[in-house]
Design a protein around this ligand. Structure first.
Ligand code: ADP
Length: 308
């Protein structure tokens, strides 16, 4: 059995449909023990990339490797995949169906049943074990799909839009199950077009735009790399004087509270001198009390806008 802490590496992958090239030199890592969010607009190439990782679709160039070696059939058998087109049997009972997926991946009957029971418990579906799938709500059907992807204790998880259509409580439930796997060393790649969901859930981020990787890496690194340096200042009196400082772009002022950017491209030699955050703070202190001065971390939406 392969170890549970491999790295999945996508390297220079390209793919066309007819003469439409939809992936261009796509490279990124899915690291063990990390939740990697794969974000991009509809049609940007997320599903195509995931299908290539799973070998459902061939690449026209590049490679996918696991532990540094090309991914082969038996290795893929150890991956867990939740496809975009959900592939469950509407009339089959929930537990029977999950156990069957476990058997398909080579589990012994008792192990498949044991894993099924555990997942149904974790996903709050134990009470529905003997109901046919099509009697469940769509959100619950999606939880079953997630159980089907996890039942064989996969060595890596590739999930296409696992959170779409889930209510906030279900998002938390599914997230806890995925976090448990990732904490055990399993690399988890999940796609989403919902930036606010990814923002909360991912450790690493891969941003794809029109089939090209626009940015990838640890979320905090991307947050400090992208986005104008932005700060929030709270003073005692009106903060309107900030508008007159060179090199400062005021985003919002509400009486004594102001949000502003320091502009990288401000001329340094304009006779008044461009500002640094510390100069702004000193200015503020000269004028009176400073209640708070805080860097503002850019949202994923802002990173996304800047990266693509
Ligand atoms: P995403 O998952 O980011 O929404 P996809 O990978 O599904 O994007 O699609 C990327 C592009 O590839 C789109 O322009 C889509 O129309 C095209 N595409 C995907 N699959 C096929 C296919 N089987 N035949 C032709 N074009 C396809």
């Amino acid at each position: 059995m392969p170890s549970l802490s491999g790295m999945l590496t996508v390297k220079s992958v390209s793919r066309s449909f007819g003469d439409h090239q939809v992936l261009h030199d796509v490279s990124f890592d899915v690291r063990p023990g990390r939740m990697t969010g794969f974000v991009g607009a509809n049609g940007s190439g997320k599903t195509t990339t995931m299908r290539i990782i799973l070998g459902v679709l061939g690449a026209h160039g590049g490679s996918v490797s696991w532990h540094g070696a090309p991914v082969t059939g038996p290795v893929r058998q150890r991956f867990g995949y939740m496809p975009e087109e959900r592939g469950l049997y509407p009339k089959m009972k929930v537990a029977e169906q999950i156990t069957w997926f476990g058997r398909l991946h080579g589990l012994k009957p008792a192990t498949a049943r044991h894993n099924t029971d555990r997942l149904l418990e974790q996903l709050d579906l134990a009470g529905r074990a003997n109901d046919p799938l099509d009697e469940l709500s769509l959100g619950n059907q999606q939880r079953v799909q997630i159980a089907a992807a996890l039942v064989h204790d996969p060595a890596a998880l590739i999930l296409d839009e696992p959170f779409s259509g889930l209510d906030p409580i279900a998002v938390e439930t599914v997230l806890n199950v995925l976090r448990e796997r990732s904490a055990a060393g399993v690399p988890v790649l999940f796609s989403s077009h919902q930036l606010e969901v990814v923002e909360r859930l991912c450790d690493d981020l891969v941003i794809i735009s029109a089939g090209r990787i626009a940015a990838s890496g640890a979320r905090e690194d991307l947050q400090s790399e992208f986005g104008t340096p932005r700060f929030e200042l709270v003073v005692d009196s009106d903060a309107g004087w900030l508008r007159d400082l060179p090199g400062v772009h005021v985003v919002d002022i509400d009486g004594p509270r102001a949000v502003f950017d320091i502009q990288h491209d401000a001329p340094l030699d304009n006779g008044r001198g461009a500002q640094t955050d510390q100069q702004v703070l000193q200015d503020a202190l000269r004028r009176g009390a400073v209640r708070s001065f805080t860097p503002v971390v850019p949202s994923l939406g802002e990173i996304f806008k800047e990266a693509i």
